[in-house]
Design a protein around this ligand. Structure first.
Ligand SMILES: Cc1ncc(COP(=O)(O)O)c(C=O)c1O
Length: 468
C-alpha cells in the first residue's frame, strides 16, 4: 500500500463504517448465506503479488459482508449481546494503528497503568470491595479458567503447579452454569467427573443447601472441595445465585468462590440493581464483560480478585528475556493470566467511560430494562403466551402455549422461532428450561429502541397467530 493510500482508505473506511452504523437496519440481522457459500467465492491460494486496496475493499463488500451476522443491528435480541459504540471503535483503531502489545509494563507503560486505573473505575462503578484488584482478560471463559487454576493452587498449597494434581479436587456449579465452567474444569486438570452439578430452585438459582450437602458428602468421601462458581445472570434465564449464603458455605469449607456475571454485571452500576451483587464481598474472584452490555467492542472482560498475590503466584514465570529493571515496582500483567502478549484493551474502555460518562451508561442500561419489562407486559396480556422465568434485568424467556402436550409445544415453539428469525428483521435464540423449549429475548443493543421491541412483538405475535 502506498503511503497516501493509508490516509485515503482510512477516511473511506471510517466513512463506510459511519454509514453502516446509520443504515444498519437495511441489512438482514442474520446472514442468509448457506454453509460453504463464502468459502466457494474465495480463492484457495493466496495472491503471489500484492493487490490494490480498492479491489480488496470491493471484495470485502461483495463477498464478506453478505456473510456477516449484524450484532449491532437494533433487532439483535439473541444470545447475549456484544454491543459496541463509536468511541470504542475509534479507540480500537488507535490501538491497532500503534500496534501496542502490553505484555509487561515496559512494553507500554501507559497500557499497564491505564488498565489499573480504568479497572479501579469499574470496581467503583460496580461497588466491588476496596482492595480488590482488576485485570482485563479476553473473555469470561478465560477469567473463569484463571479462577479455577488459582483455586486449584490455593487448595494444594501451590503444589499442583509443581507436581501435578495428586488428590482429586472438586468444583461446584449449578445446573444453570455456563458451559465455560465445564470447559475450564477440563483444562485445569480437575477432571469433568469432579465437577458437581448443584440443583437450582424454581427461579433457576443455585440452592445453597444443596451446595452445602454436596460439599459435605465429598469431604466425607475423601475429596478435597476446591472451588464453587456462582452465576449472576445465568445464560439461559438470567437467574441470580444467592451470593451471601454461597459465600458463607465456601468460607466455612475453604472453597474459592468465583462469581460469573458475564452479562448481568453491567447492571450493577445502577444503584437500584446493585442488589444483584449482594454478598459479592464474600467471593474470591468476579468477572463481567464490558464487551457484552457496556458498549466496549469485543473482546474485553473485567476480572477482579480479592487476593492478587494468589493469582500472580499461580501464573508467574520469570525467564531472563522478560526481566526488566522495574519489575519490583510495577504491575506486569503477563503474570495475571494465561497469555504473555496482551492487547491494549484498556484504551477502549477508557474511551467508552469518558464518552458516555457513568450516567450515560446507566441511562442505556435502564432503558433496556424498561423495554424488557414492556415486552414482558405484552406477553402477560396475551392469552397464548407464557413467561418461563422471572425478568430481573433485560432477558425475557417465554413460549407460546395453547395447551397442547409438552412435546408438541416444543415443536410449535421451534417453528415459531424459525419463522420469526426468517423475517430478517429480528434475531432471537433459544434454550431449554425444565425441558421446555424456551425462546429468549435479550434487550441490550446500543441502538435498540422502543420501536424495535414493538416491532419484535408484532412479528412474534403475528407469526404465532398464523401458526395456531
Ligand atoms: C453467564 C456467562 N458466562 C460466561 C459466558 C462466556 O462469555 P465469553 O464469551 O466472554 O467467554 C457467557 C456467554 O454468554 C455467559 O452468559
Amino acid at each position: 500500500m502506498e503511503k497516501d493510500d493509508f490516509r485515503k482508505f482510512g477516511r473511506e473506511f471510517v466513512e463506510w463504517l459511519a454509514e453502516y452504523m446509520e443504515s444498519i437496519e437495511k441489512y438482514p440481522v442474520n446472514s442468509p448465506v448457506k454453509p460453504g457459500e463464502i468459502k466457494a467465492k474465495l480463492p484457495s491460494n493466496p495472491p503471489a503479488a500484492g493487490e490494490p486496496m480498492d479491489r480488496i475493499f470491493r471484495d470485502f463488500q461483495d463477498i464478506i459482508l453478505p456473510g456477516i451476522t449484524h450484532w449491532q443491528h437494533p433487532g439483535w435480541f439473541a444470545y447475549f449481546p456484544a454491543n459496541n459504540s463509536p468511541a470504542s471503535v475509534l479507540a480500537e483503531l488507535l490501538t491497532a494503528g500503534m500496534g501496542v502489545q502490553g505484555m509487561v509494563w515496559q512494553t507500554s507503560p501507559a497500557a499497564a497503568e491505564l488498565e489499573e486505573v480504568v479497572l479501579g473505575w469499574l470496581r467503583r462503578m460496580l461497588v466491588l470491595p476496596e482492595g480488590w484488584s482488576g485485570v482485563i482478560q479476553d473473555t469470561a471463559s478465560t477469567a473463569t479458567l484463571c479462577a479455577l487454576l488459582t483455586a486449584r493452587e490455593r487448595a494444594t498449597g501451590h503444589e499442583a503447579n509443581v507436581r501435578g494434581l495428586k488428590v482429586p479436587l472438586t468444583v461446584y456449579a449449578s445446573t444453570e452454569t455456563h458451559s465455560s465452567v465445564e470447559k475450564g474444569v477440563k483444562i485445569a486438570g480437575y477432571g469433568k467427573e469432579n465437577l458437581r452439578v448443584v440443583p437450582a430452585d424454581e427461579k433457576f438459582a443455585m440452592v445453597p443447601g444443596a451446595l452445602e450437602k454436596a460439599v459435605r458428602e465429598d469431604i466425607r468421601a475423601g475429596f478435597r472441595p476446591a472451588c464453587a462458581v456462582a452465576t449472576v445472570g445465568t445464560t439461559s434465564s438470567g437467574a441470580i445465585d444467592p451470593l451471601a449464603p454461597i459465600g458463607r458455605i465456601c468460607r466455612e469449607h475453604g472453597l474459592w468462590l468465583h462469581v460469573d456475571a458475564a452479562y448481568a454485571g453491567t447492571a450493577a452500576i445502577l444503584p437500584e440493581k446493585r442488589w444483584i451483587l449482594d454478598g459479592v464481598e464474600g467471593a474470591d474472584s468476579f468477572v463481567f464483560n464490558p464487551h457484552k452490555w457496556m458498549l466496549t467492542n469485543f473482546d474485553c472482560s473485567a476480572y477482579f480478585v480479592k487476593d492478587a498475590a494468589a493469582l500472580v503466584r499461580t501464573f508467574e514465570v520469570h525467564p531472563e528475556y522478560l526481566k526488566t529493571g522495574v519489575d519490583a515496582v510495577v504491575k506486569n500483567y503477563r503474570d495475571w493470566g494465561i497469555q504473555l502478549g496482551r492487547r491494549f484493551r484498556a484504551l477502549k474502555l477508557w474511551f467508552v467511560i469518558r464518552d458516555y460518562g457513568v450516567e450515560g451508561i446507566r441511562a442505556m442500561v435502564r432503558e433496556h430494562i424498561r423495554l424488557a419489562r414492556l415486552f414482558e407486559g405484552w406477553l402477560h396480556g396475551h392469552p397464548k403466551f407464557e413467561l418461563l422465568a422471572p425478568v430481573d434485568l433485560s432477558l425475557v424467556c417465554f413460549r407460546l402455549n395453547d395447551g397442547r402436550p409438552e412435546e408438541a409445544l416444543n415443536t410449535l415453539n421451534k417453528e415459531l422461532l424459525a419463522r420469526v428469525n426468517a423475517s430478517g428483521k429480528i434475531f432471537l435464540t433459544h434454550t431449554t428450561l425444565k425441558g421446555k423449549f424456551t425462546i429468549r429475548l435479550v434487550v441490550a443493543g446500543r441502538t435498540t429502541a422502543e420501536r424495535h421491541v414493538r416491532e419484535a412483538w408484532d412479528i412474534i405475535r403475528s407469526e404465532a397467530e398464523r401458526l395456531l
